[in-house]
Design a binder for this molecule. Structure first.
Ligand code: XUL
Ligand code: CO
Length: 439
């Protein structure tokens, strides 16, 4: 098989003093952190769309990326070359998992039947390469947003024919995900939202979204697909009002429609910040509600209001998110998917490696620091102490549910000296920094 990236050899761990650009300084797959190796904790995943199909075009200019498969003669030939290149990338970067949409792994045909046949041919080859390179599928999904037919949405389209088409596309995507042993299946509602209420029946659209999800659960049972279903929240872009705005909105929606037992969430950093939340907030909220499924690790630009999908290099966020992951007891069967693309000006093939290395080192270091923070117990002890009034006396009675308004009024009337304590935010921020500086 052709070598697509002959200028880059297998990327190895060389340690923090290495000056080799194509080496890991912190990601050491076999290093044990807490109870698992780094590789087991992090479950790094290559995003097929950004890595293999992203061309670098923007609203002001066309594609810039130089890619070894640019000269392929047909779209099927190009899809096969991309597959080969993706496994070479995973192999050289020691990335165990990948994630894909149906329409980025294989080109779309003129009809649904033709698209399905092309998918089958590509998935056959994918399966062969997975075996050869010993790689796994973290998740599959259906692209229900790029084709113009989804102009009014997919399951939330005003057009029932589009609902039917979407169901058929998900059915096929779920079948191929099962066939490749996918650990999860993701639903990102790319166009499930609206622009104006002047033309929108929001109740019917949300009911239909729930109907489609219910059909997905039923079909998974029917074919014996046991992967975890994940909803990926995002607040805006492409539609102004996306229905799966953030983790809290998704939780309410799932409960409302009785779907909460069947779905968890795939949280993306840049989607969290677009919703005016920190990445840690979204991960924490999902964790305490038992629905933390998987992570799309990337980062946005604090000065831009859209999804820039940059490779994650912010160590502070990585530490706090890995702290949540550790407190969750891990992220399996989810993983850390680099839903990130190189910048338009980083157009050389080698930039793909450099970007993944930067992201993988960031989360490896984040994991190490988070484990130390957890072992140090200062944060946990502080928070426990801060709420200690609920472990005895009136607080314990509130928690047990043994008092109501009358008892609380009697207590408050007799309690004339209320004392509050400092929240010590700056002290705690300094403490986290100390862990980062010293590790
Ligand atoms: C879009 C996005 C998607 C999902 C999968 O912002 O994040 O790539 O991760 O459809
Ligand atoms: Co994503």
């Amino acid at each position: 098989m052709r070598e697509y990236f002959p200028n880059v050899a297998k990327v190895k761990f060389e340690g923090r003093d290495s000056k080799n650009l194509f080496a890991f300084k912190y990601y050491n797959p076999d290093e044990v952190v807490g109870d698992k190796t780094m590789k087991e904790h992090l479950r790094y995943t290559l995003s097929y769309w950004h890595t293999l199909t992203g061309g670098g075009s923007d609203p002001f200019g066309s594609a810039t990326m130089l890619r070894p498969w640019d000269d392929a003669e047909t779209s099927i030939e190009m899809a096969k070359q991309r597959l080969e290149a993706s496994f070479e990338l995973m192999d050289k970067l020691d990335i165990e998992y990948f994630a894909f949409h149906d329409r980025d792994i294989a080109p779309e045909g003129k009809t649904l039947a033709e698209s399905n046949a092309i998918l089958d041919e590509i998935i056959d080859y994918c399966e062969e390469l997975m075996k050869k390179y010993d790689k796994k599928l973290l998740w599959g999904t259906a692209n229900l947003f790029s084709n113009p037919r989804f102009v009014h949405g997919a399951s939330t389209s005003c057009n029932a024919d589009i609902f039917a088409f979407s169901a058929a596309q998900i059915k096929k995507a779920m079948e191929i995900t099962k066939r490749l042993g996918g650990k999860n299946y993701v639903f990102w509602g790319g166009r499930e939202g609206y622009e104006t209420l002047l033309n929108t029946d929001m109740k019917l659209e949300q009911d239909n979204l729930a109907r489609l999800l219910k059909m997905s659960v039923d079909y998974a049972k029917e074919i014996g697909f046991e992967g975890q279903f994940l909803i990926e929240p995002k607040p805006k872009e492409p539609t102004k009002h996306q229905y799966d705005f953030d983790v809290a909105t998704v939780m309410g929606f799932l409960k409302n429609y009785g779907l909460d037992k069947d779905f968890k969430v795939n949280i993306e950093a840049n989607h969290a910040t677009l919703a005016q939340h920190t990445f840690q907030h979204e991960v924490h909220l999902a964790r305490i509600n038992g629905i933390l499924g998987s992570l799309d690790v990337n980062q946005g630009d604090p000065m831009l209001g859209w999804d820039t999908d940059q490779f994650p290099t912010n160590i502070y966020d990585a530490v706090l998110v890995m702290y949540e992951v550790l407190k969750n007891g891990g992220i399996q069967p989810g993983g850390l998917n680099f839903d990130a693309k190189v910048r338009r000006a980083s157009f050389e093939p080698e930039d793909l490696f450099l970007a993944y290395i930067a992201g993988m080192d960031t989360f490896a270091k984040g994991l190490q620091i988070a484990q130390k923070l957890l072992d140090g117990e200062e944060l946990e002890t502080f928070v426990k102490e801060r709420y200690s009034s609920y472990t005895e006396g009136i607080g314990a009675q509130i928690v047990e549910g043994s008092v109501g308004f009358k008892e609380l009024e009697a207590y408050a009337l007799g309690n004339t000296e209320i004392v509050n304590k400092s929240g010590r935010q700056e002290m705690l921020e300094g403490l986290v920094n100390q862990y980062i500086y010293n590790s």
